[in-house]
Structure formats: C-alpha cells, structure tokens
Ligand binder design. Structure first.
Ligand code: 6PG
Length: 252
C-alpha cells in the first residue's frame, strides 16, 4: 500500500495553467454554493509563487462579478513576519494578484499581521481563527478549504522538516523559522491543517518532482516531510499537480 493508494484524489494536468483553471472553476462553484446556502466559506490561502497563477485566473474570471466573493472569508496558512507591503509578504502577493482586481470587502480578509511581534501575532491569529471558524472534532478551528503548497524540501505552510513547529499539537498557530534564511513566519499547525473539510495541495514544476516521488512511492524518509503529514481526520485531501511535478506518479 503506498501513499497514493491511501489518498487517491490526485489529479495531474498538462501545465500549471491547466491546474489553475481547474482549481479556479471549483473554487467559483464553492463560492456560489456558499452564497446559495447563505453561509460563509472559510478559506486559508497558501503563499509562495505557485498560487499567483490561480489568483490571476480567479481575478480574470471573477473581476466583473460584484458579489461572487461576498460569502468568502479569507485567511492564510502562513505568513512571513514582514510588513504587508514587503516583497516577501504573502498578503502583498495576494493583494496584487487577486484583491486589487476583484470585489472582496476588507472585513472578509483576515490578514496575519506580519509587522507585529511574531509570538504575539501567532497567539492573536489563533484567537481570530478560534472565534471565526467552527470547531472540528479535534477541537481545532475547522476551515472549509485550505490551499497548500509544498517546498522542495517537503515543507508545507511554514512547517519545515525536523523542526519543533511540526510537533506543535496544542496551539492553533506557531512561530516558525525558515531553515536557510532564518526568516520568521507565523504558520497554522498540523492539527489545524488536519481539521479541515478540504485540503488541496497545488504543486507544479520539476523542482517538486523528487519529493512527489518520495511521498507517493513512499521512498526514503518521506514520513518526515510535513507535506506528507497532512492527512485530514475527517476531510478530503487532494493533490493538483502539473505533469512536471507529477511525473513519478505515472498518471496522465
Ligand atoms: C510560503 C508558502 C510555502 C509555499 C512553498 C512552495 O509562505 O512560502 O506557504 O509553504 O507554499 O514553499 O512555494 P512555491 O509555490 O514558491 O514553490
């Protein structure tokens, strides 16, 4: 039995654009469904570069719709501890690629205050999530949808392999440190990632192939990779890959 057979929801698309188009379509459906049910859709966004394409497609597809985002409540899976106008800020990237092009009221965007003291912000953001989201059976805030990326080292959010934040199982948010740059981050903890209704990994590009191979074919030390530790207790896990990243899975 390998990882793939445990979590069969793996979809491989020819290009990163095709991944972005497919995910955008499903997200738009979810937004419309939330509006029809008159209930908020709590979404945690990922950072880094991969989501830019998704946000550009969403901006292009929903920019003219005055209300499609009305029931969305947007959060982050992690944020760099930098001001919101810093080139490293996940919030700034999302604002430039999405928020500036669509109609989302500021009250529905729950930014991690990257400019604040990291420990204080990890506490504050954890409290915001506890207040805003329903509670999962594991007692942690339950997102409707969490988008995640995966680093070339197998990290996800800002949970880096073989670091203390990966073990955090009491707090909602934790302060992490990038192993190379030392940059501080505020990250959701694993129990929150595993409390979600739906978790979608967006992973594209040849730089991720090696780790996809290790995880999906259970090679080497795949179990130390935080990306492989995301296994929702009572939720849907899916990997949306392009052919470059997904080659080792041999799926077309
Ligand atoms: C971050 C992300 C991080 C990212 C991966 C992949 O803040 O950097 O949340 O977990 O998803 O590092 O990054 P790329 O999409 O840039 O490859």
């Amino acid at each position: 039995m390998n990882y793939k057979s445990t979590f069969p929801d793996v979809r491989i698309f020819p290009t990163p654009s095709a991944v972005a188009e497919a995910v955008a379509e499903e997200l738009m459906e979810a937004l419309k469904s939330a509006a029809a049910k008159n209930r908020p859709l709590h979404i945690a966004l990922s950072g880094g570069s991969t989501p830019k394409l998704l946000f550009d497609v969403l901006a292009e597809r929903t920019g003219g719709d005055a209300h499609i985002w009305d029931f969305a409540r947007l959060y982050w899976g992690d944020e760099r501890c930098v001001p919101p106008d810093d080139s490293d800020s996940n919030y700034r990237m999302t604002r430039e690629h999405l928020f500036d092009q669509v109609n989302i009221v500021p009250e529905n965007i729950f930014r991690v205050l990257g400019e604040a003291d990291p420990q204080e912000e990890a506490l504050r953001y954890g409290q915001v999530l506890t207040e805003q989201l329903p509670k999962a059976t594991n007692g942690f805030p339950r997102f409707d949808w969490i988008f995640l990326g995966m680093g070339g080292d197998g990290h996800t959010a800002s949970l880096f392999p073989n670091t203390e934040p990966v073990k955090e199982n009491k707090a909602v948010c934790v302060v992490a440190e990038h192993p190379d740059s030392g940059q501080k981050r505020v990250s959701l903890t694993l129990p929150v990632l595993n409390a979600a209704v739906r978790v979608t990994f967006l992973v594209t590009g040849a730089s991720k192939t090696e780790k996809i191979d290790e995880i999906f074919n259970e090679r080497d030390a795949y179990q130390q990779y935080p990306a492989a530790m995301v296994q929702p207790d009572d939720g849907r896990l899916e990997w949306m890959l392009d052919e470059a990243a997904g080659a080792p899975i041999g799926w077309k």
